[in-house]
Design a protein. Structure first.
Length: 206
């Protein structure tokens, strides 16, 4: 990690030297955070806490990719580039636009929905080792055995795939059940005289 950061800083300094006539963003940055930082990016600092928060906010599938060798270096590189783009956008005044506010509102609503689903559905659903082994035994012949060679895949080689499948199926069922329960509690009624007409889908137009 330290070697990666050193190389990155050398590249940034080299690029800056080649553009002496341009404004150097971050030359007079504010004080560094008391907790220390990994790298300065223009007027901001990326700390170890930022890196941890980035990892924690990811879906499990994506987090696993960054947990492998070299993953955190790749993530840090992405965060650096994203932070430079963010500062460029602020300097261009995009954060003051109505479109930006609309997108922030949309993303905040989406984040609330995702958090609720994670808490209500994902966190409550588990798959036991017994369920995984039972599924394997019940479907060994038709799912895990090659019909030509007769060779059966070992349980350990398919265990994780079975667990993921069963977890997804359980989550889907919990979601469907909860959705049905909400539809009984919520009034969902189309306006008799809607303010606008919903355009037909391409399939309906055909």
């Amino acid at each position: 990690m330290k070697r990666f950061i050193a190389i990155l800083l050398v590249m940034i300094l080299a690029a800056a030297c080649g553009r002496e006539q341009q404004e150097i963003i971050g030359a007079e940055a504010g004080p560094a955070p008391a907790e220390g930082y990994i790298v300065q990016v223009g007027e901001s600092y990326i700390t170890a806490r930022h890196l941890e928060q980035e990892m924690a906010s990811m879906p499990e599938s994506r987090r696993m990719a960054y947990s492998m060798a070299g993953g955190q270096e790749r993530l840090l590189d992405e965060m650096i580039k994203r932070e430079m783009f963010r500062q460029e956008a602020v300097r261009a005044g995009l954060d003051q636009s109505d479109e930006y506010r609309q997108r922030v509102e949309y993303l905040s609503r989406l984040a609330l929905v995702e958090m609720f689903l994670e808490d209500k559905i994902q966190a409550e659903v588990t798959v036991s080792d017994r369920e995984v082994s039972d599924y394997y035994e019940q479907h060994k012949e038709n799912e895990f055995t090659n019909p030509l060679s007769g060779e059966t895949q070992p349980f350990l080689s398919v265990r994780d795939n079975i667990r993921r499948y069963l977890l997804m199926e359980k989550q889907r069922q919990v979601f469907d059940d909860y959705m049905a329960e909400m539809l009984e509690r919520y009034v969902v009624r189309m306006a008799q005289d809607p303010a606008f007409e919903i355009p037909p889908t391409p399939a309906a137009q055909e």
